[in-house]
Design a protein around this ligand. Structure first.
Ligand code: PNS
Length: 164
């Protein structure tokens, strides 16, 4: 059985991520979406929120599981008994960082390989940081994330404003 990990921060998950999730889940028998805990990055959504959103977005796919992880990605992959990591490549600007990560992970565990899916053209410009920036400035993010994510972002922004 082929099993792969698609790791990321998913803060928030975008149409670009969802496209990679959908396409990689068609290639492997089981896809584990690994949500990095990364508290150091001071995420917009908590870990629980990011996991819940991804669960909602993938609820109709029986071969996709959402898990969180901390520490080394190769450790997480080993625990999940997966030896393939999936990453999306948007443009040449992603390449250096992704190559470095893939090679580091392969040195850390030679059984683990990274495969890259090229992001679909319509999402090539898209990033979670851009989505957050536009949302914080009250811009329209409907081309970037599903309705469900927009609702969660608006809810969060309302809470933040109330607390201020
Ligand atoms: O969505 P992101 O923020 O681009 O995802 C980055 C991620 C989660 C793939 C990367 O930060 C990661 O793998 N972190 C785990 C720590 C690790 O294993 N580091 C060594 C390999 S470079």
């Amino acid at each position: 059985m082929s099993k792969a990990i698609y790791p990321g921060s998913f803060d928030p998950v975008t149409y670009g991520h969802l496209d990679i999730i959908r396409r990689s889940a068609q290639i492997v028998d089981e896809l584990v979406v690994g949500v990095l805990i990364n508290n150091a990055k001071n995420p917009f959504f908590s870990l629980e929120e990011r996991v819940e959103i991804l669960e909602e977005m993938t609820k109709d796919s029986s071969n996709i599981r959402i898990c969180s992880f901390d520490g080394l990605l190769v450790e997480f992959a080993r625990k999940q008994q997966a030896n393939v990591i999936v990453r999306g490549l948007r443009a040449v600007t992603d390449f250096e960082y992704e190559l470095q990560m893939a090679q580091t992970n392969h040195i850390l565990d030679e059984k683990i390989d990274t495969i890259f899916l090229t992001t679909s053209l319509e999402y090539a410009y898209l990033s979670s940081s851009i989505v957050k920036e536009v949302a914080l400035l009250h811009g329209d993010i409907s081309s970037f994330v599903p309705e469900y994510v927009i609702g969660k972002m608006q809810e969060k922004l309302r809470k933040v404003h109330q607390e201020q």
